[in-house]
Design a binder for this molecule. Structure first.
Ligand SMILES: CC(C)(COP(=O)(O)OP(=O)(O)OC[C@H]1O[C@@H](n2cnc3c(N)ncnc32)[C@H](O)[C@@H]1OP(=O)(O)O)[C@@H](O)C(=O)NCCC(=O)NCCS
Length: 204
């Protein structure tokens, strides 16, 4: 899946021409992201480093069973607002969704909308049996996203990750199974997904 449109958003693979906007957005949000996302503290924001990162992310879109990383863009203006990914790191037949949004665009439901659409894409296009969302239990805004979408809190694993300062932290695991999708709030998010040629591959 290359892109997905929702009511307010375009979630699509990054293009090389997004390098400058991606660097600016990261630079403006380093503190915001570094609280919860260890990678953010290591990310370089120069246009060349962003271009190199985008080229790797684009290559991954074409590799089966790898990380599928997308930008979250305003569906009307095209402004880059955040990022979201479908990650194949939680075992077979399953994908994990990770996300972030710029501090300027928090609190409008954009992440819930994007994560709801990717939840549907994971089941409808990638045909997985389970989708997971993981977060630090102290990250209440993040935990609210799977809760809002109807995921179940399976467990909070103790001391299972390192926070961005390198300290041990707990890991909350949320999951949604394919046969639970229909009754979940994720189905309230309308979406249409497209392939590399812009052909519609799924909608709902
Ligand atoms: C975690 C994070 C992605 C959550 O972002 P968010 O903006 O709170 O999430 P949403 O975009 O879904 O917005 C939800 C809020 O918008 C409100 N909202 C407004 N319109 C809405 C709509 N149409 N649909 C749903 N919610 C809506 C909700 O009521 C909620 O508000 P509240 O926080 O006052 O309860 C964000 O805080 C972030 O990027 N943090 C830093 C990086 C990070 O922690 N990533 C996750 C790592 S696990």
């Amino acid at each position: 899946m290359y892109s997905v449109r929702t009511e307010r958003l375009l979630v699509r693979g990054y293009e090389p021409t997004d390098a400058a906007a991606s660097g600016e957005l990261l630079k403006a949000n380093l503190e915001h992201l570094a609280r919860w996302m260890p990678w953010a503290t290591m990310e370089a924001t120069t246009i060349d480093s962003r271009l190199a990162w985008i080229r790797r992310a684009r290559a991954d879109l074409d590799r089966p069973a790898s990380d599928l990383v997308y930008g979250i863009f305003d569906g009307s203006s095209g402004e880059l607002m955040g990022g979201i990914g479908l990650h194949a790191r939680v075992g077979p037949q399953a994908l994990e969704i990770g996300y972030w949004i710029s501090v300027a665009h928090e609190g409008r439901g954009y992440v819930t909308e994007a994560a709801g659409a990717l939840t549907r894409v994971a089941f409808d296009v990638h045909r997985v049996a389970r989708v997971e969302i993981h977060c630090d239990p102290r990250n209440v805004r993040s935990a609210a996203v799977p809760r809002r979408l109807g995921y179940t809190h399976d467990a909070t694993l103790r001391r299972r990750a390192l926070d961005p300062r390198g300290r041990e932290c707990d890991r909350m695991i949320w999951s949604l199974f394919a046969d639970e999708l229909g009754a979940s709030a994720a189905t309230k998010v309308r979406y249409e997904a497209f392939d590399a040629l812009g052909r519609s591959v799924a909608r709902g």
